[in-house]
Design a protein around this ligand. Structure first.
Ligand code: GNR
Ligand code: NI
Length: 168
C-alpha cells in the first residue's frame, strides 16, 4: 500500500471532470486500498479519486467514530429524496485548515458499484449525505468553496497559495 499526494486548491487539476470506471480489476482494487490508507492517514472522512489526481469516478469514505467502516463507491449517482436543506460545517483535505457552512439537500438515494463491480443502493442522511455529495462534487470538478461568497473564496485561495509558496 502507499500514501498518495493530495492536490490542494487552487490546483486546476481539481477542476477536471472524472470519467466512469470501466474495468473492475486488481489495478482498481489497489487504487481503492491506497485511497483508504491515504484518507485514514490524513484523518479525513472521505476521499475522491480526483483529489489524488486520478480522474475516475471513484470515492471512498468512512464516517464512523471507530474508523472501522470503509465504504467504496464506484460510478456513484444520487437523487434527492428530501429537498429540505441542511447546513453542515464542511472541510476538505484539498482546502486544508478552512471550515465553512454549506447547505445541501438533507436526504439522498445513492446508487453505485463496489470495487468488485457489484451494484448497490442506499439512502443517506446526516453527515453521510453531506459527505457523499461533497465527494461526488469532487468527481465533477467542484469544491465546497464554490458555494461560498467570492470574497471568502478569494481569501482562502490567497492564504493557501501563500502556504504553498512557503512549502514549495
Ligand atoms: O474529512 C473531511 N471532512 C468533511 C467534513 C465535512 C464535510 C465534508 C467532509 S469531507 C472531508 C474529506 C474530503 O476532503 N473529502 O473530499
Ligand atoms: Ni473534499
Amino acid at each position: 500500500m502507499a500514501l498518495l499526494p493530495i492536490l490542494e486548491f487552487p490546483d486546476p487539476r481539481l477542476r477536471k471532470v472524472a470519467s466512469p470506471v470501466t474495468h473492475f480489476d486488481d489495478r482498481l482494487r489497489s487504487l481503492v486500498a491506497n485511497m483508504l490508507e491515504t484518507m485514514y492517514h490524513a484523518e479525513g472522512i472521505g476521499l475522491a479519486a480526483t483529489q489524488v489526481n486520478v480522474h475516475k469516478r471513484l470515492l471512498v469514505l468512512d464516517v464512523s467514530q471507530e474508523k472501522d467502516s470503509p465504504h467504496v463507491f464506484v460510478n456513484p449517482e444520487f437523487e434527492v429524496i428530501e429537498e429540505e436543506l441542511q447546513d453542515y460545517q464542511e472541510g476538505c483535505l484539498s482546502v486544508p485548515g478552512f471550515f465553512e457552512d454549506v447547505s445541501r439537500p438533507r436526504a439522498i438515494r445513492v446508487s453505485a458499484r463496489d470495487q468488485r463491480g457489484e451494484a448497490f443502493e442506499l439512502e443517506a442522511r446526516g453527515v453521510l449525505a453531506v459527505c457523499i455529495q461533497h465527494e461526488i462534487d469532487h468527481l465533477d470538478g467542484k469544491l465546497f468553496v464554490d458555494y461560498l461568497s467570492p470574497l471568502k473564496r478569494r481569501r482562502i485561495r490567497g492564504k493557501l497559495q501563500k502556504e504553498q509558496r512557503k512549502s514549495a
